[in-house]
Design a protein around this ligand. Structure first.
Ligand code: GLU
Length: 389
């Protein structure tokens, strides 16, 4: 049963977000060589090989990578526990460039190109910036470049931070409509009980829960129970990340990224780590959010050709199909999409504000390009941001 669910997820896998924990990037096993600027270059090389294989399966990859602060600490020799905020920010600044340098080098060997995107809390809260980030990532993926995302730690203070890259990765997975989020950590998954207690008693470690189909209070407690740094300590934010992706219809898989056999197991559908997934019926949840949670702030009336393209063929709405624009909306707001007789046929997130859309309504793409230059959105509402009612 478990393998069936995983097989099903793999079948539809066209885009995956992989979160790489600091431990994967900076931890060394005893006697392991390969340190470059405090980073575990061997692990980055192995990661590059894995990602090459995933891309060869015709699946796009977006990375969310931690490790900047740890790498910077190493570089500056700042090993004490309590660093001031400017010190941490300095570590992030210096570490981030070493991080990217290492990714560049190792990924290039696999014929992979990478690009850095640093996001802050504001970028995720503000829908306009959120969509802008999305469009940048789409453009990178279209050009076969792997976006590597981290929090913009060098300019954000703790109070206004996203804070952890599990949350960031979950948000990114929703942002790019991935079909799977894989979190590579240094634990095997979610334990069925606190391993530190078992260890103290000299008992063998508890089992890994293979499948979590809903984030209950009990699961949250299990994830947050231990204070130990080596057991389930870091699992709480992973469970919250899984909660977030699941409500958008995206499964999350938490696995041990230090175990070299894990990638093959994942991609052959074998049971490894903990899969957080409620089942296929949840897939439409993001669309549910667009259709039911957001308050539309304007109306766009479309001609019968556009109406058919949207309803019957699941197409995006282009400027050429727009005949009337009403209300007050900005880029990124939700809008009603109406057919000529005034019936609401769809809702979606709009790529233009009212003024600009009024200017380009009814126009062909080439005419729109003349007005806005190359820097414009072909779609008024992209089909990924559109839900037919
Ligand atoms: N953004 C931090 C860094 O790159 C890591 C945060 C986290 O691991 O959750 O160092």
């Amino acid at each position: 049963m478990q393998d069936d669910i995983r097989g099903e997820i793999l079948k539809g896998l066209k885009r995956v977000v992989i979160k790489i924990g600091s431990s994967i990037i900076t931890q060394f096993e005893k006697g392991q060589a390969g340190s470059e600027n405090g980073l575990n270059a061997n692990n980055v090389r192995r990661l590059a090989e894995t990602i090459r294989r995933i891309i060869d399966r015709d699946c796009e990859v977006v990375l969310v990578s931690s490790g900047a602060i740890m790498a910077g600490r190493e570089r500056l020799g700042l090993h004490r526990a309590n660093l001031s905020i400017p010190e941490k920010q300095a570590c992030a600044a210096i570490g981030q460039s070493y991080l990217m340098h290492t990714y560049e080098k190792k990924f290039e060997k696999q014929g992979l190109r990478v690009a850095q995107i640093l996001l802050g809390h504001d970028d995720l809260e503000n829908r306009k910036r959120f969509l802008n980030a999305k469009h940048t990532m789409e453009a990178l993926l279209e050009h076969k470049v792997i976006p590597i995302i981290n929090e913009n730690d060098s300019v954000t203070i703790d109070e206004i931070k996203i804070g952890d890259n599990d949350t960031l990765a979950a948000t990114v997975a929703c942002l790019v409509n991935a079909q799977l989020l894989i979190i590579l950590s240094d634990v095997d998954g979610l334990f069925s009980s606190d391993p530190s207690i078992k260890r103290k008693k000299g008992e063998s470690p508890p089992e890994i829960i293979e499948h979590v189909d809903g984030i209950t209070e009990e699961i949250e407690k299990l994830a947050g129970r231990s204070n130990s740094t080596i057991t389930v300590g870091g699992m709480y934010t992973k469970v919250l990340a899984a909660k977030r992706t699941m409500s958008f219809g995206i499964p999350t898989l938490v696995v041990n990224g230090l175990d070299n056999s894990v990638p093959d197991k994942i991609f052959s559908g074998k049971s490894v780590g903990t899969l957080f997934w409620a089942g296929r019926e949840k897939i439409a949840n993001r669309k549910h959010w667009i259709a039911h949670t957001l308050k539309p702030s304007g109306k766009i009336t479309v001609d019968s050709g556009a109406s058919k393209a949207i309803v019957d063929r699941g197409k995006s709405l282009l400027p050429a199909g727009v005949i009337k624009v009403e209300g007050e909306f900005e880029f990124g707001n939700a809008v009603h999409i109406l057919s000529e007789d005034g019936t609401e046929i769809a809702r979606g997130l709009v790529n233009y504000n009212l003024r600009d859309l009024n200017q380009i309504k009814g126009m062909k793409t080439s005419a729109v390009r003349k007005i806005f230059g190359e820097n414009f959105y072909e779609e008024v509402v992209h089909r990924d941001d559109l839900v037919v009612l």
